[in-house]
Design a protein around this ligand. Structure first.
Ligand SMILES: [Zn+2]
Ligand SMILES: [Zn+2]
Length: 285
């Protein structure tokens, strides 16, 4: 858990990212938030280095939350790189499907139309950003459409609970590890890191009962659960993950309660309803 690579953000690929930069809300990213607090005050900029495929690229990070009209709970940052420069070109070639799709859409739209072009849900691509051991250096990983196709194939016959155990405890049995492609390793890491960040955010407490059940034993045993089961949704966004104690986690998988996203509560088949004792990341968007 104390590796230098910690979750910063998972950004959907859009035109701006392919061209010159992206915006990062700090909201619930614990380790990144701490880094940035040390590095940048409001309105300040710093030069940073981004690594993609072992290549380094220069970029600039700015804390843009100096304007009260942003009115966010935490700071908003912007990472900018030279427009259509080396990193932009590398990203365009990685995300060739997104790039071609967006280019085609831009060509046929009316002049002056500036609405954001999104890819269809089943072929969205993402850039994952992680911290490194250096606070001004970040690691980029691309999640392309073909990665998600490969993942779909790998998880299709798996059990949710077993898959989640792998994410939570980094368990990989050696037999299947041999067959894990680089694509799958990368996606498993992203899933685990998003969960790890949330565990830190709740300080290893269960969002349902509020307890840190391992605390008195010196254990940090808490688990990330996927509200819409990952084997069906392939959704590892933080707003599809809930941090729960092993008891609550087992109960959820045993009886399969429905989760009411509006009221943020579980409705159990026997009629019991249980809300969240702790919540800092669901339902804020
Ligand atoms: Zn609990
Ligand atoms: Zn679960």
């Amino acid at each position: 858990m104390d590796t230098a690579e910690n979750y910063v953000y998972k950004k959907e690929v859009d035109w701006s990212l392919l061209k010159e930069g992206l915006t990062l809300p700090v909201d619930n990213q614990v380790v990144f938030g701490r880094n940035i607090d040390r590095l940048l005050s409001r309105g300040e900029s710093r030069n940073i280095t981004l690594y993609l495929d072992g290549q380094s690229y220069k970029a600039k990070i700015t804390n843009v939350n100096f304007d009260p009209k942003f009115n966010r709970r935490k700071d908003t940052l912007q990472i900018m790189y030279s427009p259509n420069g080396e990193l932009s070109n590398a990203l365009k070639s990685h995300f060739i499907k997104s790039y071609q799709f967006i280019c085609a859409k831009r060509q046929i739209r009316e002049a002056g139309d500036r609405t954001m072009i999104h890819l269809p849900d089943d072929c969205k691509e993402y850039l994952a950003i992680y911290t490194t051991e250096y606070e001004d250096t970040y690691l980029l990983e691309t999640i392309v459409a073909d990665d998600i196709v490969a993942l779909k194939d790998v998880v299709k016959n798996q059990q949710e609970r077993i898959l989640e155990a792998r994410f939570n405890y980094d368990m990989v049995d050696e037999k299947s590890a041999i067959y894990e492609t680089e694509r799958i390793v990368k996606l498993r890491k992203l899933n685990k890191k998003i969960g790890d960040n949330l565990k830190l955010l709740y300080n290893y407490r269960c969002q349902i009962c509020g307890k840190n059940s391992g605390e008195e034993y010196g254990s940090q045993i808490v688990e990330a659960h996927h509200i819409d089961y990952f084997v069906h949704s392939l959704n590892n966004d933080s707003d599809n993950q809930l941090i729960v104690c092993p008891n609550h986690h087992s109960i959820i998988h045993d009886v399969n309660p429905a989760f009411d996203r509006k009221r943020l509560l579980y409705i159990f088949p026997n009629g019991l309803q249980e809300g969240l004792a702790l919540n800092q990341h669901l339902g804020y968007r």
